[in-house]
Write a protein that binds this ligand. Structure first.
Ligand code: PLP
Length: 385
C-alpha cells in the first residue's frame, strides 16, 4: 500500500540514479530520458555547473526570508529580465504560483477582472491557475471556478475578438500548448492577439512555463514571433530540477506590486536561485540556443524520416526540443512499450506522444530514440516498414 494520495498514475520504473540523458532504475536498467522530468531538467540530469552552484550556496545559507536583500536574487532576476527584454521579476516556487502572481498583477494593474484563456490550455492546479486552464478534466469535481475566466479556441482570432471587451484585464496563452498536445500558435494569431490586447487596453500574459528557458531554442518561445508581452511566467526548466517559478513584468507594472501586495515565504529561496543562475548562464548563451535550434531540427527530421510511412503516426509537430507525435495508438500502452525498450516519453492531450529531451541530448541519443520509436510504432501499424 501507499501512503501517498494517488493523484498520479505512476509508472513501473523506480529511479535510482541519473546523469545527462540517462536514468537508471533500481534494477540497473538504463533508460534514455526524453521527458526531462516533464520539461524540467533542460540541461540533463545533474549538470555539473548547477551542482557546483548549489553546493556552494549550501555552504553559505539555505534560507533567510525575503525581508533581507539577497544579491543572488537580483542576479537571477537580471538574467530573466534581460533575456525577456522586460522589467522586474517576482519569484515563486512553481508554475502555478507564477501564474497566480500574473493573474493578480493583471487584475490589480487594470482594475478589471476578466481573463481570457484558450481551450486545451494548461496553466496549473491552484484555484486561479486551474480556472485559467481550458480543460474540463482538470476542473472536474471541484465545483464552481472563478467566474471571470473565459475560454476561446486556440489559433482562432475571430473567436478571441468576439470575447474581447473593455472589461478584459488580460489574455493568457502558451506559445506552444504543452500539456494540451503540442499545438503551436501561428504567427498571424499571436500577432492579432497582441493587437487586440492593445486595442482594448488588456495585458498580454504569456505562460512560458514549459516553453521557456531554451526549450524551443530561444530563451522564451515568444521571441520567435516578434511579440511584446506585458507579463511572462517561467518555472519548469528554470532551476534544473530545484523548485522555482518566476513572473516577469514590464517596467511600468513595477509599482502595482508594491510592499505587501503579494509575497511568498519560499519564493526566491537561495538554493533554487543558485540553481537558476547557473542554469540561465548556460542556456541563455547565443551559441547554446543556436545549438538547441539545430538539434531540434535534427530531431524533427530524424523523426519524420523514421516514422514517415508508419500509419499509426498522424502528424509530427515540433518547435525546438519540444515535439508532439499525434497517433491513434492507445497512449498508456504505447508509452509502456517504449519504456520496456528503454525510452521514456510523455503523453499530451488525448492522443499525442510528447518528447521533451534534455537540450543537451546528443545526435546519437536522438538517433537511438527515433529507432526505438520506429520499432515500437511499426508494430502498431498495419503497413509495417
Ligand atoms: C507545468 C505547467 C504549469 C504548472 O506548473 P507547476 O509547477 O506544476 O505548478 C503551468 N503552465 C504550463 C504551460 C505548464 O506546462
Amino acid at each position: 500500500m501507499s501512503f501517498l494520495f494517488p493523484t498520479y498514475a505512476r509508472w513501473e520504473v523506480e529511479p535510482e540514479a541519473a546523469e545527462g540523458s540517462i536514468l537508471i532504475d533500481k534494477n540497473g536498467k538504463h533508460y534514455l530520458d526524453f521527458t526531462s522530468g516533464i520539461g524540467v531538467c533542460n540541461l540533463g540530469h545533474r549538470p555539473a555547473a548547477v551542482q557546483e552552484a548549489v553546493s556552494t550556496q549550501l555552504n553559505k545559507f539555505w534560507h533567510v526570508s525575503n525581508l533581507f536583500v539577497q544579491e543572488q536574487q537580483e542576479i537571477a532576476a537580471k538574467h530573466l529580465s534581460e533575456a525577456a527584454g522586460m522589467g522586474p521579476v517576482f519569484f515563486a516556487n512553481s508554475g502555478a504560483e507564477a501564474n497566480e502572481a500574473a493573474i493578480k498583477l493583471a487584475r490589480k494593474a487594470t482594475g478589471r477582472q476578466k481573463i481570457i484563456s484558450f481551450q486545451q490550455s494548461f496553466h496549473g492546479r491552484t484555484f486561479a491557475a486551474m480556472a485559467a486552464t481550458g480543460q474540463d478534466k482538470i476542473k472536474e469535481g471541484f465545483g464552481s471556478m472563478l467566474e471571470t475566466f473565459k475560454y476561446v479556441p486556440f489559433n482562432d482570432s475571430n473567436a478571441l475578438e468576439k470575447e474581447m471587451d473593455k472589461e478584459t484585464a488580460a489574455v493568457m496563452l502558451e506559445i506552444v500548448q504543452g500539456e494540451g498536445g503540442i499545438h503551436i500558435g501561428t504567427q498571424e494569431f499571436l500577432e492579432k492577439t497582441e493587437q487586440l490586447c492593445r486595442k482594448y487596453g488588456s495585458l498580454l500574459i504569456i505562460d512560458e512555463i514549459q516553453t521557456g528557458i531554451g526549450r524551443t531554442g530561444k530563451a522564451f518561445a515568444f521571441q520567435y514571433f516578434n511579440l511584446d508581452p506585458d507579463i511572462v511566467t517561467s518555472a519548469k526548466g528554470l532551476g534544473s530540477g530545484l523548485p522555482i517559478g518566476a513572473m516577469i513584468g514590464k517596467q511600468e507594472l513595477e509599482e502595482v506590486f508594491g510592499p505587501s501586495s503579494h509575497g511568498s515565504t519560499f519564493g526566491g529561496n537561495p538554493i533554487s536561485i543558485a540553481a537558476a543562475i547557473a542554469t540561465m548562464e548556460t542556456i541563455f548563451k547565443k551559441e547554446f540556443l543556436k545549438g538547441v535550434q539545430e538539434k531540434g531540427t535534427y530531431l524533427a527530421n530524424k523523426l519524420t524520416e523514421s516514422l514517415e510511412i508508419i500509419t499509426a503516426v498522424k502528424e509530427i509537430r515540433q518547435l525546438g526540443m519540444m515535439v508532439g507525435i499525434e497517433t491513434d495508438v492507445h497512449l498508456p500502452h504505447l508509452l509502456k512499450a517504449l519504456r520496456e525498450k528503454g525510452l521514456l516519453a510523455l503523453p499530451a492531450g488525448k492522443n499525442v506522444l510528447r518528447l521533451l529531451p534534455p537540450l543537451t541530448a546528443t545526435e546519437a541519443e536522438i538517433d537511438e530514440a527515433a529507432e526505438i520509436l520506429q520499432s515500437i510504432l511499426k508494430e502498431y501499424s498495419k503497413s509495417a516498414v
